[in-house]
Ligand binder design. Structure first.
Ligand code: NAP
Ligand code: MG
Length: 403
């Protein structure tokens, strides 16, 4: 078979620990034999981030803006323990945070559904995608403990020195607590556009919930911005695509999601997304089966797995022990990026290959061959638990039977 030729490169961001090992296996077994891979390679492994003073992360994000598509391996976000382990010059920031702020994007997380790993919610038949607005609200708040009788007010001083005030609460001697939160109009607008774009890209309905009846200014602004942008820029396109935008109160949305068949993209404010994404991923089975894509409002895509570098397995691997780490979300990060590249460059064979590789991965699991994390939760009785590499080889066998 001739290898598929790519026209434009995609940005490849390598990473750390066990996922870096899986990364190479996936390339060797599932990609390079079939595609003449064209990537612009950035090594985001912690060692190289440290050596380049984290410039490599910034460069990789800029390259993503240029090429429009990236695939990223999980990376270590340094903490105190990593400072010693890697002898770091500095406690470098989370690469995902750096990339997200350069691309100004929104993260969409979607579970991969296979037979044999049933969601806890019986009626969920299709994946539910969570889009989390990753800016502001309580995550960049200002809080104060109020001791004793005090009057707390919001005070805003504009650029000309004019002051506006609004009473928060008149505390009695027993005191209490207050917090100030904010969000910025451009950030909410970018969030809305990323959601509408991804919804069109995926041909899935978009649901958004907030608490505008109670928060008549703050949450109401979110509702209004989504609505205005939808009416002006997306209504026609949604109609053509046969999909819907649906706004409701957040509690109503939660109730409807629980009763639904799934299949929608659920846009969440920052806190709601933090909480609901964990609920969705655990309800669908396993963090190792969760994909993640960062979408910028201008339509740039960066694909990755939602899980981390699986440190515990890596230490076993270093000890020479066999691992059974799930590579599915990382495989799907690659297929997501390759499919997008194929669509942008009009290479139908590349799109087809990405689809086949996804089907082969799912079929391999559905035939009873899986890694340990899935073996522990499957409803199948006859299964074979495979090592990290043997699972990838089993996927290759399924794939080759297709091609
Ligand atoms: P983790 O790597 O997601 O792993 C936590 C645990 O979840 C693992 O020990 C394993 O459980 C299970 N697990 C996760 N992915 C799995 C997979 N593919 N196959 C099988 N089991 C899997 O989270 P962490 O251990 O908290 O973090 C490790 C490093 O990853 C940290 O340095 C963190 O900064 C980084 N991180 C990076 C990203 C990213 O780049 N997007 C995201 C999150 C965390 P068992 O041990 O029980 O088998
Ligand atoms: Mg959370």
């Amino acid at each position: 078979m001739e290898k598929i030729i790519m026209k434009t490169a995609l940005v490849e961001m390598d990473g750390d620990e066990m996922t870096r090992i899986l990364w190479q296996m996936i390339k060797d077994e599932l990609l390079s034999p079939f595609i003449d891979l064209k990537t612009e390679y950035y090594d985001l492994g912690l060692k190289n981030r440290n050596e380049t003073d984290d410039q490599v992360t910034i460069d990789s994000a800029r390259a993503t803006e240029k090429y429009g598509v990236a695939v990223k391996c999980a990376t270590i976000t340094p903490n105190a323990a990593r400072m010693d382990e890697y002898d770091l010059k500095k406690m470098w920031k989370s690469p995902n945070g750096t990339i997200r702020s350069i691309l100004n994007g929104t993260v969409f997380r979607t579970p991969i559904i296979v037979r044999g790993i049933e969601p806890c919610v019986r009626n969920w038949k299709k994946p539910i995608t969570i889009a989390r607005h990753a800016y502001g609200d309580i995550y960049s708040n200002s809080e104060m403990r109020i001791e004793g009788a005090s009057k707390a007010e919001l005070l805003v001083t504009d650029q000309y020195g004019n002051e506006s005030r609004s009473l928060i609460h008149d505390f009695d001697e027993k005191g209490g607590v207050i917090q100030g939160i904010h969000n910025c109009t451009p950030s909410i607008e970018s969030f809305a556009r990323s959601c509408f774009n991804y919804s069109l890209d995926q041909k899935k309905d978009l649901w958004f919930g907030a608490k505008d009846t109670i928060s008549k200014t703050y949450d109401h602004l979110f509702k209004d911005i989504f609505n205005d942008i939808y009416e002006k820029e997306y209504k026609e396109k949604f109609k053509e695509a046969g999909i819907e935008y649906f706004y409701s109160l957040i509690d109503d949305i939660v109730a409807r999601v629980m009763k639904s068949k799934g299949g929608m993209i659920w846009a969440c404010k920052n806190y709601d997304g933090d909480v609901m994404s964990d609920m969705i991923s655990s309800a669908f089975g396993s963090l190792a089966m969760m994909t993640s894509v960062l979408v910028s409002p201008s339509g740039v895509y960066e694909y990755e797995a939602a899980h981390g570098t699986v440190q515990r397995h890596y230490y076993k691997h270093l000890n020479g022990e066999e691992t059974s780490t799930n590579s599915v979300a990382t495989i799907f990060a690659w297929t997501g990026a390759l499919r997008k590249r194929g669509e942008l460059d009009n290479i139908p064979e590349l799109v087809k290959f990405a689809n086949k590789l996804e089907q082969s991965t799912i079929q391999t699991i559905e035939s009873g061959k899986m890694t340990k994390d899935l073996a522990n939760i499957t409803s199948y009785e006859e299964i074979v638990t495979l090592s990290s590499l043997d699972f990838i080889k089993a996927v290759r066998k399924t794939l080759e039977s297709y091609i």
